[in-house]
Design a protein around this ligand. Structure first.
Ligand SMILES: *[C@@H]1O[C@H](CO)[C@@H](O)[C@H](O)[C@H]1NC(C)=O
Ligand SMILES: *[C@@H]1O[C@H](CO)[C@@H](O)[C@H](O)[C@H]1NC(C)=O
Ligand SMILES: *[C@@H]1O[C@H](CO)[C@@H](O)[C@H](O)[C@H]1NC(C)=O
Ligand SMILES: *[C@@H]1O[C@H](CO)[C@@H](O)[C@H](O)[C@H]1NC(C)=O
Ligand SMILES: *[C@@H]1O[C@H](CO)[C@@H](O)[C@H](O)[C@H]1NC(C)=O
Ligand SMILES: *[C@@H]1O[C@H](CO)[C@@H](O)[C@H](O)[C@H]1NC(C)=O
Ligand SMILES: *[C@@H]1O[C@H](CO)[C@@H](O)[C@H](O)[C@H]1NC(C)=O
Length: 385
């Protein structure tokens, strides 16, 4: 009986794989590879050669990592000038209260600055290829849930997150994006940046301080000292509302709602191509150019600023947990802020595995639910548990 059941499930799996090209299985080649015990719950430095250039990044594996569980991956891109380690210690995503069940990746830019197509010395294609190469390398070394790879970043790193989102090839590896205090150079009025996301809507959440003087909320025009050695002293960045409008159009968003909390925190939500909350924006009127956290961060301390009212890590992780590469969450019966205000994928699927646990079963259930709960339960029982 058992063998018969197994054969039936295998046949069903093959049939599903053949007739459902969008059904992506979570696990990568690294799923059968054990890692050094000392690397678990720790951060290790990695090197690779990409477009003939030596690159480096840091990888943090969660406590309890096992090669039989497929883990979501979060890339964190530092600001400029910077290195991945700064973003790691500034955001504290490694801590179990945030990063449990997730692989955190902190890449280093060449010369401290990410390419966005404007300024800097690195061609944007080169940095995009580096991202692709890191994903390939991570997928080979670790057990990665390839449908749950995410990108966040600050300032120039936020601008690069936007650049990845706008790339239909490398962007397609990511389920959702969350730039913070982003310098979206090239996307200002009259800018020449192009944006060709791989799907509509593309889930994107942004955070920006209303009191940011480095990347002002209202945008800034380019200015130069005129010195030949510093032709790009200050690069133009768009008014954030203009940048949001661009995404709202690409994402076919309507029904913008605004909820104000604690008098200075504004949460904006959109329904995009019928999907509630696919686009989200948080503005904190008093926040400057820092990582949003209710506890002091290094970026806040160095800017001489108090903690912010927003807990950026919580906002970002709750958003990421809602999205996979190919499966939008099921729609609740209501729309607007209330339906999306809770963390986690409310109504993702009837099998409802908790979010944020790196639980491959939860994600796969979400995919398979579209094909019938009965088949999903049978398959999950056999291959995932
Ligand atoms: C990566 O390369 C740097 C030099 O560029 C070296 O210092 C470091 O030890 C290398 N790390 C690993 C893990 O190989
Ligand atoms: C790094 O920046 C310096 C000065 O800003 C420049 O001269 C150098 O070519 C850059 N190096 C690389 C690898 O881009
Ligand atoms: C866009 O403008 C920037 C800044 O002027 C320039 O460096 C870049 O080459 C332009 N890109 C394209 C594709 O025209
Ligand atoms: C940038 O320049 C344009 C055209 O001169 C002007 O309309 C706009 O207000 C300026 N933006 C900022 C943020 O100064
Ligand atoms: C969203 O916008 C559409 C089109 O304007 C409208 O039909 C619908 O009622 C709106 N939904 C909500 C929840 O406001
Ligand atoms: C903006 O920041 C400046 C300098 O940090 C501070 O003095 C000012 O009170 C802030 N404004 C608001 C509205 O928070
Ligand atoms: C903001 O308001 C919420 C309740 O609406 C409260 O729980 C939170 O502590 C407040 N945060 C700050 C920093 O005042």
């Amino acid at each position: 009986m058992r063998d018969t059941a197994r054969q039936a499930v295998s046949a069903l799996l093959l049939a599903l794989a053949a007739c459902a090209p969008t059904l992506s299985f979570a696990k990568t080649a690294g799923c059968d590879k054990t890692v050094a015990a000392a690397d678990i719950g720790a951060t290790v430095g990695k090197n690779l050669t990409s477009t003939n250039v030596a690159r480096s990044y840091r990888v943090h594996l969660p406590m309890g990592y096992t090669a039989s569980t497929a883990y979501p991956v979060i890339f964190g891109f530092h600001g400029s000038p910077g290195i991945g380690f700064y973003f790691e210690v500034d955001t504290r995503f490694d801590e179990e209260r945030w990063g449990a069940g997730k692989i955190l990746v902190y890449p280093d830019a060449l010369n401290g600055t990410w390419a966005t197509g404007y300024g800097g010395s690195t061609p944007v294609e080169q940095d995009l290829k580096f991202v692709q190469d890191m994903i390939d390398s991570l997928s080979d070394a670790y057990c990665v849930d390839s449908a749950r790879i995410y990108a966040t970043g600050i300032s120039n790193g936020g601008g690069f997150v936007n650049r990845i989102a706008c790339d239909k090839d490398v962007g397609a590896k990511f389920a959702a994006f969350a730039p913070s205090s982003g310098a979206y150079t090239g996307f200002q009025p009259g800018g020449n940046a192009t944006c060709t996301p791989y799907k509509t809507p593309l889930p994107i959440l942004s955070i920006h301080g209303g009191n940011d003087t480095t990347v002002p909320y209202g945008g800034r025009n380019a200015s130069s000292s005129g010195s030949p050695s510093a032709p790009d002293d200050v690069l133009a960045t768009p008014p954030i509302e203009y940048w949001l409008q661009g995404w709202a159009e690409r994402n076919k968003c309507t029904n913008q709602t605004e909820t104000t909390m604690n008098s200075t925190v504004h949460r904006f939500l959109w329904t995009c191509d019928g999907i509630d909350g696919a686009m989200e924006h948080w503005k904190e009127d008093t926040m400057g150019h820092v990582w949003a956290s209710q506890e002091p961060t290094f970026s806040q301390i160095s800017a001489g600023e108090p903690p912010t009212k927003i807990e950026g890590n919580a906002v970002i992780l709750a958003f990421f947990d809602k999205w996979t590469v190919d499966v939008p969450p099921a729609q609740g019966s209501s729309t607007g802020p209330s339906s999306t205000s809770s963390a986690g994928p409310s109504g993702t699927s009837s099998t409802g595995a908790p979010s944020g646990t790196g639980n491959a079963a939860g994600r796969t259930a979400g995919s398979l639910a579209m094909m019938g709960a009965g088949a999903a339960v049978a398959i999950l029982g056999e291959i995932v548990m």
